[in-house]
Ligand binder design. Structure first.
Ligand SMILES: [Cu+2]
Length: 387
């Protein structure tokens, strides 16, 4: 039954995406066929007049900070492969907009199962590392395809309070999970292009290739209990378990030394629950940025991002422990972040014109469905190779 549902929703997703692609294509095609030469003319124009930098690729000038996915397109026949490393550092918990310490959680926050009455195991910090490998190809001047494969490493430190009540700390422990995450296939469809302003649609699907059945050893509260192997909470799993639609729209522009842009992107679950009985909340995200070219090989950017995500719907009955991460209600929330990016375009040698970029992102505002671990810092570093 669940396999049938999976097949059905996968087919629906393919139909939706191909409908989206073909309808845009029909709309965009007549003008694009005529304007192909004009477009090339524009980029040549941009090449020689707007930028006196020798050997400047037009797309390099209009691309988004490295933490933005699907921020640029490629011309027909152009390839790009890239590697991005992302590290999210979380320390301490937050409930709504307020921080909450482990002792307060362990003695006052109700455990929905009622036994024990409060969350006696509290996560204290977490590191998530993600290695993202992606390939892009310009099928035509109006359609770029993108594939992304992720490899994740997560570790979470916890403190266990002894028995069902009181302030005695029994001990600490760390859980780990590692493996491939979900795989993302995206079509980028050009909607508008005049050599200065660019608009494209991001039409993607996320395939549930990441494991949602990771387990590890945990330290339970009863004084006599030793390390016990359990299914890890949702936050430590590697994928969503559902087919997800990844819609979005991206605007980029440049003038002289300045570039700027904005992107709306979302993750919409295409199934009401995965094989273990739950689905993550939908995610909506808006980013806006501005960048400045200090030289023809060095630029910086500032970005602001706002996102909102719902709670987990349903639950995995094998995820059961008196810990906040095992409660589906303690997921999602509203977050505003600010990012500072630096970009290098290698000026000479065999990697000439290839891009190395970094972005550091800090939270500005957080209203979390909690208690939930809060992200204090996100680092993204990447290398992009075009040919
Ligand atoms: Cu690219």
């Amino acid at each position: 039954m669940s396999q049938k549902t999976t097949r059905l929703t996968a087919r629906m997703a393919v139909i939706i995406i191909s409908a989206l692609l073909s309808s845009t294509a029909v709309k965009a095609n007549p003008s694009l066929e005529i304007s192909n030469d004009t477009m090339n003319g524009h980029s040549e124009h941009a090449h020689h007049n707007h930028h006196n930098h020798s050997s400047t690729h037009d797309h390099t000038h209009t691309q988004a900070p490295i933490g933005v996915m699907g921020g640029h397109m490629h011309e027909k026949g152009d390839w790009m492969i890239s590697y991005r490393y992302m590290q999210m550092t979380m320390r301490g918990s937050r409930d709504g907009t307020d921080s909450i310490d482990p002792l307060t959680i362990a003695t006052t926050v109700p455990n929905p199962t009622g036994a024990p009455p409060t969350f006696r195991v509290v996560p204290t910090d977490m590191t998530m590392q993600m290695h993202m490998f992606s390939g892009m190809y310009g099928f035509t001047d109006w359609l770029t395809g993108m594939v992304m494969v992720n490899y994740l490493q997560k570790d979470m430190d916890h403190v266990t309070f002894q028995n069902g009540a009181g302030t005695t700390v029994k001990g600490t422990f760390t859980t780990e999970s590692e493996g491939f995450g979900d795989t993302k296939l995206t079509g980028l469809v050009r909607l508008y292009e005049d050599g200065k302003h660019h608009v494209h649609i991001n039409a993607g699907i996320s395939l549930p290739t990441g494991s949602i059945t990771e387990d590890d050893e945990v330290l339970p509260p009863p004084a006599a209990a030793g390390l016990t192997r359990l299914r890890l909470p949702y936050a430590m799993q590697l994928g969503t378990g559902t087919y997800d639609l990844l819609p979005g729209i991206t605007y980029t522009a440049h003038q002289n030394e300045w570039n700027w842009g904005a992107q709306y992107s979302a993750e919409i679950r295409l199934e009401s629950e995965n094989d273990e009985g739950y689905a993550y909340g939908d995610l909506h995200k808006i980013s806006a940025w501005a960048g400045y070219d200090w030289t023809n090989w060095f630029s910086t950017s500032l970005r602001v991002t706002a996102s909102t995500q719902g709670k987990i719907d349903g639950s995995d009955d094998q995820i059961a422990a008196p810990v906040q991460t095992a409660d589906p209600d303690n997921y999602g929330g509203d977050i505003v972040e600010a990012g500072l990016g630096i970009d290098f375009k290698i000026p000479k040698g065999f990697l000439k014109d290839q891009r190395i970029a970094f972005e550091g992102i800090v939270p500005v505002y957080r209203d979390l469905n909690g208690p939930q671990l809060e992200t204090d810092f996100t680092f993204v570093g990447g290398f992009q190779y075009s040919f």
